[in-house]
Write a protein that binds this ligand. Structure first.
Ligand SMILES: C[S@@+](CC[C@H](N)C(=O)[O-])C[C@H]1O[C@@H](n2cnc3c(N)ncnc32)[C@H](O)[C@@H]1O
Length: 265
């Protein structure tokens, strides 16, 4: 198993990391609100596949507009958590790299929110894009977000989280220990980063340096989408909801993507 895969899987299964997804609802930012609005319009009354549901935040946003909604996650504990939050929803334990449980062209919309797609390595990403493209109908929509390789926080001065003060000594102690463990993880995992070649695998501060992510550029993303059967000109939005154009996004930590499968002519 790729080291990145081991690190990420361990984090998603960790009860402390999972706490962040336990009761999360609504949108993570304005960019997501905008792309979800586009997604809801395009898939209302249709079939939706929601990948990497975590605690079910997006299940709450999409399951009632679809004729058929299926949510999946490769972390069994996340599926249990989401099922507890949304007992009526159809949820399953499944890896996005193998969607063989679903037929070709069987969904109108596929979602992979909050940079979940970046948890897998380059080979895994190609598999996810190819599987999503296969299960989407012609004219269908794929909405996701992905890390920006050129974000300054991935650069020489790595972005770190700060400790939030608490007057409760137990809570503060817990935060200090978590933070210290994060610094230990940073020292261990930073040498595993890959910054050369087509893509970058980078250590991210989320979950106290508990995840390594695939980070991309808009140019590379366009080429990858095109090679997987999507229209090679997706709509990209910043986290604060601006439609982005051009090749570089120096200040964005990540960006939202609305990609289309070309309609049959
Ligand atoms: C950052 S969390 C986002 C959770 C949720 N989508 C949200 O926005 O609140 C990423 C989720 O994607 C899941 N995930 C990552 N890689 C996956 C894969 N290859 N197949 C299915 N789920 C995956 C993880 O288990 C985790 O629950």
């Amino acid at each position: 198993m790729h080291r990145m895969e081991e690190i990420n899987r361990r984090t998603w299964r960790n009860p402390i990391a999972r706490r962040d997804y336990r009761a999360s609802t609504g949108f993570i930012n304005e960019g997501e609100r905008l792309v979800f609005e586009i997604a809801r319009k395009r898939a209302s009354g249709g079939r939706i596949l929601d990948i990497g549901i975590g605690g079910g935040r997006t299940t709450g946003l999409f399951c009632d507009i679809a004729a058929d909604y299926v949510g999946i996650d490769y972390t069994p504990e996340m599926v249990e958590l989401a099922q507890r939050n949304y007992p009526q929803a159809q949820l399953a334990h499944m890896d996005a790299r193998d969607l063989s449980a679903f037929g070709n062209a069987s969904f109108d919309l596929v979602l992979f929110s909050y940079n979940g797609i970046d948890s897998v390595d380059a080979e895994g990403r190609r598999a996810v894009l190819s599987e999503v493209s296969r299960v989407l109908r012609a004219g269908g929509t794929f909405v996701f977000s992905t890390f920006n390789r050129n974000w300054h926080g991935f650069g020489e001065k790595r972005a770190r989280s700060s400790i939030v003060w608490s007057n409760d000594p137990l809570r503060l102690g817990f935060r200090l220990v978590k933070h210290a463990m994060g610094l230990v993880r940073e020292r261990r995992f930073a040498p595993l980063e890959q910054r050369e070649g087509e893509h970058a695998i980078l250590l991210h501060r989320a979950h106290d340096f508990g995840i390594m992510v695939y980070a991309t550029t808009p140019q590379q993303l366009r080429a990858q989408l095109g090679a997987s059967g999507f229209d090679g000109d997706p709509m990209l939005f910043s986290v604060d909801g601006h439609l982005l154009s051009g090749g570089t996004l120096p200040e964005e930590e990540y960006f939202h993507v609305v990609a289309y499968k070309p309609a049959l002519s």
